[in-house]
Design a protein. Structure first.
Length: 196
């Protein structure tokens, strides 16, 4: 009887340990950082790139929808560099990212935009390089999306306005009388001339 009881306790202990031991060998999903948004993330030194997305209707002009967080104390001049798809030349812009974990966002809510020319068509990935100071930079494949999704409606790039000259009709000449008489209607007024 004692042997049977000891065997039962041993079996229960083995089953309990066996089922609880699965957590030791199974990867835990909470330890993996998953990008649940459309954009991509990257870390360059103390500057964190969050949810970088390019918004473009046809790939000729794109606005970068992105947030930067600088975990350092000093502000940094971050360079955003890419290859222009039409010319093949490298183009770059610098943005200031303040320190002390302030969030700096671009491309949303009518704020400042980072505009890129001649990127890939919507639905593709476009390489963008981020770098500041002497810190090693990082190239990130940023998704190019259009405004067909409601969350991106109104976020398409707004190019710098250009001046358009409109032709107007020539000015009309109106005589102003100096003697208090009514202005001329453009028709000649008959006057009497003495016979002679």
């Amino acid at each position: 009887m004692r042997a049977r009881f000891a065997a039962s306790v041993l079996v229960v202990a083995l089953v309990g340990f066996g089922t609880a031991g699965c957590a030791f060998i199974t990867p835990q999903a909470t330890t993996n950082i998953v990008e649940t948004s459309d954009g991509v993330n990257a870390t360059i030194g103390q500057v964190h790139v969050r949810n970088a997305t390019l918004i473009s209707e046809d790939g000729t002009l794109a606005s970068m929808l992105v947030s930067f967080v600088n975990s350092g104390d000093d502000s940094q001049k971050l360079t955003v560099q890419y290859e222009d798809g039409a010319t093949g030349e490298r183009a770059s812009q610098q943005v200031t990212v303040p320190g002390e974990s302030a969030i700096t966002s671009f491309g949303a809510d009518g704020g400042e935009q980072i505009l890129l020319n001649n990127v890939s068509k919507p639905g593709s990935l476009f390489p963008v390089y981020f770098q500041y100071g002497d810190v090693e930079g990082k190239q990130v494949l940023v998704p190019v999306l259009n405004t067909s999704l409601p969350e991106y409606d109104g976020l398409a790039p707004t190019p710098t306005p250009t001046m358009t000259l409109l032709q107007s009709p020539p000015p009309t000449l109106v005589e102003t009388p100096h003697d208090g008489q009514a202005p001329s209607t453009g028709e000649p007024t008959p006057t009497e001339t003495p016979a002679g």
